[in-house]
Write a protein that binds this ligand. Structure first.
Ligand code: PMV
Length: 324
């Protein structure tokens, strides 16, 4: 059997505009970041799935493929087991798979490690098996995997991992349009608080059932902000884009997903000259982002640090999933 191994990597992501609203069909803008997940895949004769994922505490996790639907799968293996299962249903092959994953970043930062590792894994299996799937097919497969495991989500993180760059995106890939590859100066501050997305999304959904349309109106306002953001981004009009980030932050605050530490870091960034600053993603904790200029970035970093944030060095507009 084919004993060579194949490594693929995929980027993490940061939401620039449109979080939460994107779960309910409104578009967002997401950028891929150069913090990558890697998966090295090898075919084995034994019909098993063997996983080495030291980043999530799994060494030599072993699952017989015959047991795949009934076994109790540990949390750190769920996305890859589901990905393998869905891939094998669509493209059956003999034998099994050994995979090793590694990460440039902690899964705590909210950079989308599960989605990035799912796409990297599928890309590597595709190369190993020789199925030659195109990126749209890989995206759809990975989005189905994420939905099966998480039960909720817009797939924006899968899209960023698949296509890289900065994307105008709507749920399920209904829109997935690359925005121009302009460089821009983004500072990322981690709050030190790890947040699970699904319970927050669930809580807001429950609230929206009895709020007389208030939350739907917030989502519509976010959609307007994102639409203006596409124009501002396309023209590299960073002052305008910064204003839109502030507007999205105000809407997210109304939605109830900001927090004291996020607000402190955002205010500090603005006072240090940021063109715009907001939480990125679910909120409550995770990361905030501030748009600066090459001149203002050092002061913005200092201000966020003084406010209790931890600066994460990331580069935006990272390349798509790729074989290494
Ligand atoms: O916390 P993150 O970075 O995974 O972002 C979640 C963004 C949401 O819009 C709240 C959920 C989603 O799947 O789009």
């Amino acid at each position: 059997m084919n004993a060579h191994s194949v490594t693929a990597s995929a980027p993490g992501k940061l939401m620039l505009l449109g979080e939460h609203a994107v779960v309910y069909g409104r578009p967002c803008i997401v950028t891929a970041v150069d913090q990558r997940m890697r998966a090295t895949v090898e075919r084995i004769d034994n019909p098993s799935f063997i996983l080495h994922a030291p980043d999530v505490g799994l060494e030599e996790y072993h699952l017989a493929l015959a047991d795949i639907t009934n076994a109790e799968i540990p949390k750190g293996a769920r996305f890859l087991v589901e990905a393998l299962q869905q891939f094998r249903v669509a493209h059956p092959f003999d034998g099994g798979i050994r995979v090793r994953t590694s990460s440039d970043f902690s899964s705590h930062f909210g950079f989308g490690s599960s989605s990035a590792s799912t796409i990297a894994f599928l890309r590597a299996i595709d190369a190993c098996i020789g199925t030659h799937l195109d990126l749209r097919t890989l995206f759809e497969l990975a989005f189905a995997v994420v939905l099966a495991v998480q039960k909720t989500g817009s797939g924006f993180d899968v899209a960023a991992a698949t296509w890289g760059g900065t994307l105008h995106y709507a749920r399920g890939g209904e829109i997935a349009t690359a925005l121009p590859n302009h460089s821009f100066s983004l500072v990322v501050g981690y709050t030190g608080v790890k947040v699970e997305t699904a319970p927050v999304v669930h809580r807001i959904r429950e609230e929206s059932l009895r709020d007389g349309g208030r939350i739907e109106r917030l989502y519509d306002a976010m959609a307007t902000v994102t639409a203006k953001g596409v124009t501002a981004f396309s023209h590299a009009d960073w002052p305008a884009f910064g204003v839109l980030m502030d507007e999205q932050q105000a809407l997210l605050r109304d939605l109830g997903v900001s927090s004291d530490v996020l607000e402190r870091c955002i205010l500090a960034a603005k006072q240090a000259g940021a063109l715009g600053a907001k939480l990125s993603g679910t909120g409550i904790g995770d990361c905030m982002i501030a748009l600066g200029t090459p001149e203002t970035v050092p002061a913005i970093m200092d201000a966020i640090t003084a406010a209790g944030g931890i600066i994460l060095p990331v580069r935006v507009q990272a390349p798509a999933v790729r074989l290494e």
